[in-house]
Design a protein around this ligand. Structure first.
Ligand SMILES: Nc1ncnc2c1ncn2[C@@H]1O[C@H](COP(=O)(O)OP(=O)(O)OP(=O)(O)O)[C@@H](O)[C@H]1O
Length: 369
């Protein structure tokens, strides 16, 4: 169906960046020190992992302690619901025809899957998002009608698979003049309740490639993208128009150092491919951050499937939230500061948000007269 942009609603948005620190795991509590100090709901310090340094080192700047500021900082005691409370208004833009992207970024074992998928007692952002979308639709007292559909894919070793297909073949990315980057042949299922999406999410997650690595017992070896599309049909004086909003929820695979995971063979190759796409993502974040500070810079989206899929979320028509996940353990200092460095750069990224209107057949007939 042909689409047009709604020019009146076009606005610039800044990427919203939040940091979530998980608690020490039981294993870590025995061998690691907690080095994350959440100063307040916007500021966080990573303490020097070397405890031999004292006050004098600190004032003479000989310490590796680092401080950062973000839109939100969540301490280890915070639940996924606490995180969701602050992003819920953004997520609900999807019911008004806006595109929204939420992604978790962090090293292996830092809590990305926990944040996006969660557990029964602490549901993650994917589950909380689609529950509130359906609640919002139920509460809507206009005469608009809604159609919700969902797709779920993974990028594993630079190959795209449909997580909603039992034995999915390799899927290809295509550039569509109206819809931007699309995944050809990806199944999109119409859903009428949050429970149905939860069922699809669980089926998809059971098909996701996970492995036990030294760094995380159930490490995600693929990047997963759950996409929820809401088509809102509005009846007006001159026929009807359809607003189309899209919510992309992304759980990235963890970046890791081969030397730390003790992987070899296939696992090592997986790790290299995961790192390749995460490096491409980091390079895009770098370039986009520079672009907003110093003007135009080349952004290498085409270097990986992941960055092509995330292109809209990173600079195009999307309100975007990045949740940087970190571990509080002292032996993760380098991973943590690396994650926070990219999160800090991502704060500079701007997107350009506008509603997408689909021209309905009624309207086309009217305009064709
Ligand atoms: N907020 C939290 N509260 C309690 N446990 C948590 C929390 N966040 C993460 N964990 C635990 O930490 C471990 C690693 O988390 P998770 O699997 O989400 O990491 P990940 O970043 O997705 O890792 P990978 O990239 O390897 O897939 C899991 O055992 C998880 O249950």
């Amino acid at each position: 169906m042909p689409t047009i942009r709604a020019p009146a609603s076009r606005q610039t948005a800044t990427l919203q960046v939040a940091v979530k620190c998980r608690p020490l795991t039981d294993n870590e509590s025995r061998r690691s020190r907690h080095i994350i100090q959440v100063i307040d709901d916007k500021n966080v310090a990573v303490l020097d992992p070397d405890i031999s340094k004292g006050y004098l080192d600190l004032i003479q700047n000989r310490t590796k302690e680092k401080r950062y500021s973000f839109d939100h900082v969540y301490a280890p005691g915070c639940s996924n619901t606490d995180v969701y409370k602050n992003i819920s208004p953004t997520v609900l833009g999807v019911v008004q025809g806006l595109n929204v992207t939420v992604f978790a970024y962090g090293s292996t074992g830092s809590g990305k899957t926990y944040t996006m998928v969660g557990s029964r007692s602490d549901p993650g952002l994917m589950v909380l998002s689609f529950r509130t979308i359906f609640d919002q639709i139920k509460k809507d007292d206009s005469s608009d009608t809604f159609e919700v559909s969902c797709s779920y894919l993974e990028v594993y070793n630079e190959v795209i698979y449909d997580l909603l297909e039992k034995s999915s073949g390799h899927l290809e990315l295509r550039e569509d003049p109206e819809h931007g980057i699309i995944v050809a042949g990806l199944r999109r299922i119409k859903v009428h309740s949050a429970d149905k999406i939860l069922e699809l999410l669980n089926i998809g997650n059971s098909r996701r490639k996970t492995e036990s690595t030294e760094a995380n017992a159930t490490s995600s070896r693929s990047h997963a993208v759950l996409e929820i599309t809401v088509r809102r049909k509005q009846k007006g004086k001159y026929g009807s128009q359809v607003l189309r909003g899209k919510l992309a929820l992304v759980d990235l695979a963890g970046s890791e150092r081969a030397s730390e995971t003790n992987n070899f063979g296939q696992k090592l190759r997986d790790g290299a491919n995961i790192n390749k796409s995460l490096l491409a993502l980091a390079n895009c974040i770098n370039a986009l951050g520079k672009q907003n500070k110093k003007g135009l810079a080349y952004v290498p989206y085409r270097n990986s499937k992941l960055t092509r899929i995330l292109k809209d979320g990173l600079s195009g028509n999307s309100r975007t939230v990045m949740i940087a996940t970190i571990s509080p353990a002292d032996d993760q200092y380098h991973h943590t500061t690396n994650t926070l460095k990219y999160a800090d750069r991502a704060k500079e990224i701007k997107t350009h948000v506008h509603k997408i209107l689909e021209l309905s057949t009624i309207m086309l007939k009217t305009t064709r007269g």
